[in-house]
Design a protein around this ligand. Sequence first.
Ligand code: HEM
Length: 236
Amino acid sequence: MATVTTQPAQRRAPKTGRFSSSVVKKTVMAVSGIIMILYLIAHMIGNLHAFQGADEFNGYSHWLRTIGEPAVPEQTTLWIIRVVMLTAVVSHFWAAISLWRQARRARPVPYVTKKRVQQSFASRTVRWGGIILALFIVWHILDLTFGVVNPAGTGTTPYDRMIASFSNIPITLFYVVSMLILAWHIRHGIFAATQTLGQTNKKRERAVNGIAYLISGLIGIGFVIVPLSVAFGLID
Ligand code: HEM
């Protein structure tokens, strides 16, 4: 009978500083992810003003542009939030791409184990999800902030643009699917972030997983409820 020998995966010698640089990148991912989640929670709660009608919703949109007035000029706070968010998005992307390339360099031949297959499924979906979410953000700003791709067009109120978008089935579906991807992304992200930031206790993993499902579920539901309510005529 032939003897089966298993070849260890081909590895290059680790470069000096690789460990510390991957810790830095994972920390960048975790911290930028937390900043984005905080923004998303605030944004999701703000969107719920849609249930109070056009005046309240447009009033909320106006308030966003006047926070801090008259101490600071109009839109100052909004621009600070925009710059912080853009920095968070760019650094999250940079760290993700760079960690992925680092992992590929370190492990050109993948391990064939059940755990490995599960991990690669999670990381693949999260990776593609991240790209779809980046495209969603660009399209979403062109749609609801600027109105250039919105069915109601530019020069309309934020409420008009929202109603116009979610009265359109393909656009509503795009938002709903994107929010499902977002929820899945956040679930994975919270779990990964707690591991990076020191939550390594195996016993607590189940609790952390439960919390990750809860937070991502609440954010996902809080977001999709607005487009679905418009689509089903509960908001008009
Ligand atoms: C169903 C889900 C969502 C709805 C209904 C929604 C609604 C809106 C609306 C109405 C605006 C325009 C606000 C205004 O001009 O005053 C807006 C802007 C924006 N949204 Fe969303 N949003 C959703 C999901 C998201 C998600 C998931 C993200 C991020 C991943 C996001 C990021 C942004 C950003 C960055 C802006 C631009 C804010 C600015 O700088 O003026 N939104 N959203």
